[in-house]
Design a protein around this ligand. Structure first.
Ligand code: ADP
Ligand code: MG
Length: 465
């Protein structure tokens, strides 16, 4: 058969299996609601949301005052923030953010190396933004009294209180020795001490919890937060009593409500539309066989799915040319950002698609028809991801009984995938309207809380100081 025809058939078949009809999505919503319910009752869950209590006692209400720092670690970038809070009317008076990408080799170094890197960056930042006017002696004195920090650490953590917790397992490609089972706040404080910085770590939170706090600070009807970045996750407000079967009486949060970090990346359901390519990725990525939901949705994996489809096209038909010595065989050689460039290419000759194929994979001289097909692959993968993300949001609304409500609520979202990938957002919104109906959907305001995960840590450091 003609290679192009062969490819069209492969993509057509892929598209069929990726189908996310409203029926399938509704089944998934119900499955996700029940697995969240189940997760609230059990200590160990492998292929369902972990539903981890965060022990947040006070969400910020806008009256917080003072100067706070935050660290946000959990994926592609590492951020350091400083905020000055002015209380009721003034809100955030000043905000400084520094972002650096985490070198790949640090993600697989020792825990000590990772935490030393963080501490060193923080130490430079603090001295620059805060201590430059003080003498060394005053600086030392000042530190101990003044410097308070919220730490956003976006990996599954077992917490017994808000100011610490031990790492359950690494995700998103991190694999640093000597951290699993350890209190990450202690590791951070030790690293800070090695760097001559004395800071009080008031709170340890997940990025979802931070985003919820940041959303709440701005809009007091915020009750859900979603992360759509390198990974995906969510948080919401739950009554503490719902944890009676999961926690011993003595461990239950003291407050009547608490924030739950769902860790929904672990969600699995037989209704998830997965192809053989997704199954391969599931088993050939961090935590093999686990986190199926995240591996269909999040920024770390979308480009990789597309790459695997293109690789299959090449293997079965040689459509990209016989002599392609290509990078196409290298895992993660196509990221979500580059995928979105191809997907959102509106030029008539699909010049951007051609450019990405050439620059990333040394593939030249593609026909317009082939470029269109590559764009279709991006579209299928993005559409499925956006619609499955909507399943998550609708399941959260259903879990808290808001899917029928007529009052308005706010959902805070943070993450580069949601922020930058317009077509992804479009598919997400479409599916939400399909699942909830126009009327209910209109009452839900989804707001981007850029850097909410980090700002929220500073806000919670304030509300728990
Ligand atoms: P994290 O906090 O987890 O490090 P971010 O919220 O900074 O992640 O989001 C970074 C991720 O967002 C990247 O890994 C990438 O997958 C995705 N992303 C960034 N820009 C784009 C884009 N233009 N299109 C699609 N995805 C993007
Ligand atoms: Mg983040």
């Amino acid at each position: 058969r003609d290679p192009m025809e062969e490819c069209v058939m492969i993509v057509e078949q892929f598209r069929k299996i990726c189908c996310t009809s409203a029926d399938v999505l509704n089944l998934l919503v119900n499955d996700l609601v029940s697995s969240m319910e189940a997760g609230l009752k059990t200590k160990d869950s492998k292929n369902s949301p972990k539903m981890l209590p965060s022990f947040v006692e006070n969400l910020p209400n806008g009256s917080e005052k003072g100067s706070y720092f935050a660290l946000d670690l959990g994926g592609t970038n590492f951020r350091i923030l400083h905020v000055e809070l002015g209380g009721r009317k003034a809100k955030v008076v000043k905000q400084e953010v520094e972002e650096c990408s985490i070198p790949e080799k640090l993600k697989i170094a020792t825990g000590r190396e990772l935490f030393d890197f963080i501490a060193e960056k923080l130490s430079t930042f603090v001295r620059k933004t805060h201590g430059s006017t003080l003498s060394n002696h005053d600086w030392h004195h000042h530190q101990r009294k003044e410097l308070q920090l919220g730490f956003t650490f976006s990996f599954p953590v077992d917490q017994k209180s808000i100011d610490g917790g031990s790492l359950l397992e690494w995700t998103k490609g991190f694999k640093c020795d000597g951290v699993i089972g350890e209190n990450v706040v202690q590791l951070l404080e030790e690293a800070l001490a090695r760097n001559g910085l004395e800071m009080k770590v008031n709170v340890l939170i997940n990025d979802t919890v931070g985003t919820l706090a940041a959303g709440r600070y701005l809009y007091d009807n915020t009750i859900i937060a979603i992360i759509l970045g390198t990974g995906t996750n969510s948080a919401y407000i739950e009554s503490s009593a719902a944890l009676r079967l999961k926690l011993d009486e003595s461990q239950l949060p003291k407050s009547t409500t608490t924030v739950i970090n769902t860790e929904w990346s672990y969600f699995w359901s037989p209704y998830l539309p997965v192809t053989d390519i997704d199954m391969e990725l599931l088993h050939e990525s961090p935590l093999p066989g686990q986190q199926q939901y995240e591996k269909l949705i999040s920024g770390m994996y979308l480009g990789e799915i597309v790459r695997r489809v293109l690789q299959k096209l090449q293997r079965q038909s040689g459509v990209f040319g016989k002599s392609v010595l290509s990078n196409l065989a290298n895992p993660h050689s196509l990221d979500a950002r580059t995928m979105s460039v191809m997907h959102e290419d509106e030029s008539c000759g699909l010049q951007k698609v051609a450019k990405v194929l050439e620059e990333n994979f040394d593939i030249v001289g593609t026909s317009l028809e082939l470029r269109r097909l590559v764009q279709t692959v991006c579209d299928v993968v993005c559409q499925r991801a956006g619609r499955l993300a909507a399943v998550g949001i609708v399941a959260m609304l259903k879990k808290i009984g808001w899917d029928q409500a007529s009052t308005t609520i706010t959902i805070a979202v943070d993450g580069g995938l949601y922020e930058h990938y317009k077509k992804f957002r479009g598919y997400l919104f479409d599916a939400m309207r399909e699942l909830l109906g126009e009327k209910v959907a209109e009452n839900i305001s989804i707001v981007l809380c850029k850097d909410g995960s980090g700002i929220g840590a500073a806000l919670l450091a304030a509300s728990h100081s």
